[in-house]
Write a protein of this length. Structure first.
Lengths: 249, 241
């Protein structure tokens, strides 16, 4: 059913579209309102995994912070140097055991949504819209300048600009890091080879925490951009369709 | 790809796609304790089931050289209640019960007469800290042979002098590094670390390593609601590394 758009052929007469933009005749506007440009941005598997991932990530971060409270250090137990005192109100689970239950439950949803997401991206070829490649490097600075220093807006070239591609691609890497280090922390003996790659159990805890920090850096930016760019962005992750996309092709 | 769609069609699509999200939205109900308690309990059960499947019965935990072991003073004393339940070493015996051919009372000398294994392994606490320590004792599997245990049974239950209790899966109990530990750092176990006898299994988290052992029972059925002191409050039962 994702292909329904193929049946609906483009209809709008270009001259009238121009009229509508200049706010011309009342009747014309009403008629044109019936027709909207839309791009099918997010196939169903992407949308499902996106939301499953969003929920799991929320639970995993909140319960993970509660787990960290039990030993808020990366050093030895004796003497224990408290690195961070995380407020209880930011955490989930109530106590270490409760937080572990949430963590051990949602780690499976997180892993499953991650695996399905990456597999779908690769098999469908859809990853080309979001994968950051060396070709995107030159576009990062102009986009950064636009967002943070009110520079001119670079022309949109595709569904995602280079800065977005960088953010999305790194968030996938954070996910992979979180998952792999999580496996090591959960089963350091059974996955001793993987534990060795990360420098042993003790150091893996640091990488696991770092992966979370990566997400914590990504998520606020992601949410702010969605808000700034309007409802259409949020809606397209629900329906797949984005109205009036700002890019061509 | 830009496509032009009738506005009505676009709205219809959106609504229908929204419905498809219902299963995801349903995750929101997990915010309610009654639902979430059951969900996470199921999650932990599933994790424990997966853990049992992932466990490699002959795969050794990493061992360390003497220079990598932390000094004895930096090996934490951990107890849930008291660190010294005042065990009378003169009268102490280990009670063996359940699915065994030779149940009864076993003296520490009988356990120490079995082959001794010294190992420097990592002790991992559920809280997240870890410490490499030095342990000595006899393999649980050797002791189970001595008492004629049915190693086809599913569980080993232990009770402790401080009223702590634990249960472990037979596969983990039979692991070649799973010890009935009576020495640390080449010295007899001290009272704070669980004298005269404790479990020491580098394939398990710290809370599974019961101290001040009193009774060992081989069984196929755990006492309901008595699978382990912390487990009964919500920790993972398998607790495997």
């Amino acid at each position: 059913m994702e292909n329904e758009q193929e049946k609906k052929q483009p209809v709008p007469p270009p001259d009238k579209a121009a009229d509508a933009e200049s706010g011309a005749v009342e009747g014309t506007v009403a008629k044109l309102d019936m027709v909207a440009a839309a791009a099918y941005e997010h196939p169903l598997p992407i949308r499902i995994t996106h939301w499953a991932n969003a929920i799991s990530l929320f639970v995993l971060v909140a319960s993970g912070l509660r787990i960290f409270r039990a030993f808020p250090s990366f050093g030895p137990k004796i003497p224990e140097k408290v690195l961070l005192d995380i407020p209880k109100s930011l955490t989930l689970g109530g106590w270490l055991g409760g937080a572990l239950q949430w963590h051990f439950t949602f780690m499976w949803f997180f892993a499953a949504s991650g695996v399905v997401y990456v597999a779908y991206q690769v098999v469908s070829g859809h990853y080309r819209t979001m994968l950051f490649t060396p070709r995107d490097i030159s576009g990062v600075w102009p986009m950064t300048r636009h967002y943070f220093f009110f520079g001119p807006r670079p022309a949109a070239t595709g569904q995602y600009n280079p800065l977005q591609k960088l953010a999305y691609t790194s968030s996938i890497l954070f996910g992979a890091l979180a998952l792999l280090t999580g496996i090591v922390l959960y089963k350091p003996v059974q996955f001793s080879g993987l534990a060795f790659l990360f420098g042993g159990f003790h150091l893996t805890r640091v990488w696991h925490f770092a992966a979370m920090c990566g997400f914590l850096a990504f998520i606020p930016g992601h949410l702010i951009m969605v808000v700034l760019h309007g409802w259409a962005n949020f809606y397209s992750m629900l329906s797949g369709w984005k109205r009036e996309p700002e890019y061509q092709e | 790809m830009i496509t032009r769609l009738e506005d009505k069609e676009l709205k219809r699509q959106s609504r229908r796609q929204l419905l498809k999200l219902a299963p995801v939205a349903a995750l929101g109900v997990f915010a309610f304790p009654k639902v979430s308690d059951r969900l996470v309990a199921a999650g932990v059960r599933f994790s424990d089931w997966a853990s049992g499947g992932l466990f490699r019965s002959q795969h050794p935990a990493q061992t360390f050289s003497d220079s990598e072991v932390v000094p004895f003073a930096k090996f934490p004393y951990n107890g849930y209640d008291v660190l010294d339940p005042e065990v009378d070493f003169e009268k102490w015996t280990l009670t063996v019960a359940g699915d065994v051919q030779r149940p009864g009372e076993y003296k520490l000398e009988q356990i120490q007469a079995l082959p001794k294994l010294n190992q420097n392994t990592r002790h991992v606490c559920v809280e997240g800290w870890d410490v490499v320590g030095s342990f000595g004792g006899t393999r649980i599997s050797d002791f189970l042979t001595l008492v004629g245990a049915n190693t086809g049974a599913r569980f080993l239950e232990v009770e402790c002098a401080d009223d702590y209790y634990e249960s472990i899966d037979m596969a983990s109990a039979l692991h070649p590094q799973s010890l009935l530990c009576y020495e640390m750092y080449g010295q007899p176990l001290d009272r704070g670390h669980g004298a005269p006898l404790r479990l020491q299994m580098p394939t398990k988290l710290g809370y599974k390593q019961a101290k001040y052992l009193d009774t060992i029972r081989v069984t196929n059925v755990l006492k309901p609601g008595k699978s382990g002191y912390w487990e009964d409050q919500g920790y993972s039962w398998f607790g495997g590394l």
